[in-house]
Design a protein around this ligand. Structure first.
Ligand SMILES: [Zn+2]
Ligand SMILES: [Zn+2]
Length: 186
């Protein structure tokens, strides 16, 4: 499956096109460390002002760490079967960054290449120690964006999904859990 949540950015077009492993992405991420910082305001695809939010995050064990600037208005839930399998959960929540606005700051994630029905390759990066899914990148025309798994973002409480996709494969109960008996702890 393919979702374009954001138009291509000029600078990021080739950012991840030649990624063939996690070490490559580390090197590329480092390359962008200098120019990706300090850009609080950009212009969105429809000309509207788009305010980026600086975030950072890590996997469960802390081996993989990263920082990024994201548009907090582009956070989405995916109910597709791939996301259910790869998260081991009901759905996945993802925030989007331009490739040049995403930097690994520690650890080397492991790459799993998911090949979609269309033949497109989606580069799925996870922690080799604790297994947390951390982010995905793309190739070709998708090389300009990185999808960050929201559960790994330190500021995740401030990120509210704005849409959900692949609802036809959503688990029947996943659309409304408000009726479940609730406790503040286990
Ligand atoms: Zn880890
Ligand atoms: Zn999905």
């Amino acid at each position: 499956m393919h979702v374009h949540l954001r138009e291509s950015s000029k600078k990021g077009k080739n950012a991840l096109t030649e990624v063939n492993g996690a070490e490559t992405i580390c090197a590329i991420a480092g390359q962008f460390a200098a120019d990706g910082a300090g850009r609080p305001v950009g212009v969105g695809q429809n000309g509207a002002e788009e305010v980026d939010m600086r975030i950072d995050g890590q996997c469960h064990c802390g081996h993989v760490t990263y920082e990024a600037e994201i548009d907090p208005d582009i956070v989405s839930i995916c109910h597709c079967k791939d996301c259910q399998r790869m998260t081991g959960s009901a759905y996945r929540v993802t925030a989007l960054a331009r490739a040049e606005d995403f930097r690994l700051t520690g650890g080397t994630p492991t790459l799993y290449v998911k090949v979609g029905d269309s033949g497109n390759r989606s580069l799925q990066y996870f922690c080799p120690i604790c297994g947390s899914p951390c982010y995905r990148a793309g190739e070709g025309e998708d090389a300009n964006e990185v999808g960050i798994r929201v559960g790994t973002i330190n500021q995740r409480r401030d990120l509210v999904p704005k849409r959900q996709i692949w609802c036809r494969s959503a688990l029947p109960w996943a659309m409304d859990i408000t009726g479940l008996p609730s406790r503040d702890d286990e």
